[in-house]
Design a protein around this ligand. Sequence first.
Ligand SMILES: CC(C)(COP(=O)(O)OP(=O)(O)OC[C@H]1O[C@@H](n2cnc3c(N)ncnc32)[C@H](O)[C@@H]1OP(=O)(O)O)[C@@H](O)C(=O)NCCC(=O)NCCS
Length: 170
Amino acid sequence: MPQSAPYQYARTLAFRAIDPAADAAALIAFGRDLYVESTGAAAGFARDFGRYGQKFPLWVASCAEADPAFSALLTEDGAAIGLVVMGTGDRRARIGHVHHFYVRPSHRGRGFGGLLDDYARAALKRAGFVRARLNVTARNARARRFYAAQGWAEVAGASTAALRYMEVTL
Ligand SMILES: CC(C)(COP(=O)(O)OP(=O)(O)OC[C@H]1O[C@@H](n2cnc3c(N)ncnc32)[C@H](O)[C@@H]1OP(=O)(O)O)[C@@H](O)C(=O)NCCC(=O)NCCS
């Protein structure tokens, strides 16, 4: 077998739909960590999704009601390593929304975020959107660097001191 990088990753990656009951534990752990990375604390997660984050799995699954591809887990050999969640954003302006990108800490810095980004753009484009938008907290420097590296650009005039709005053409 060739020794170049693509051949050394002998694992199976796949995107699959969410099962809010079976995936509840992974989704709650991912959601809580997402809030910690974004805001510095888990308090907002409990405020938005209940003390134990118990409403998060159903909310993630509900995003797939708009389009079956709008919430998905990235799996490696069947185990969840990433999450992507989208919404319809501004239908009239044909701007889709990315709610969340998340990669497990053990798998960060290896390009999996780029797979989530590719998935989200393809899903939104298929659904008829021409641009995608997201917001990211100003303090989440790694995520902002990641988005800029993937080609997302800050929307002039839309951002606040705490929140940055970013868009990309699909
Ligand atoms: C933002 C995120 C999705 C990027 O995914 P990723 O798979 O780590 O993306 P990449 O592999 O392209 O790496 C992104 C950066 O992390 C760096 N990195 C390297 N090793 C790392 C590690 N072990 N842990 C974290 N980051 C690491 C990479 O070098 C790269 O840095 P650079 O911008 O200086 O080049 C991921 O970091 C994440 O899930 N963060 C927590 C949740 C979050 O903040 N989501 C966005 C909310 S809006």
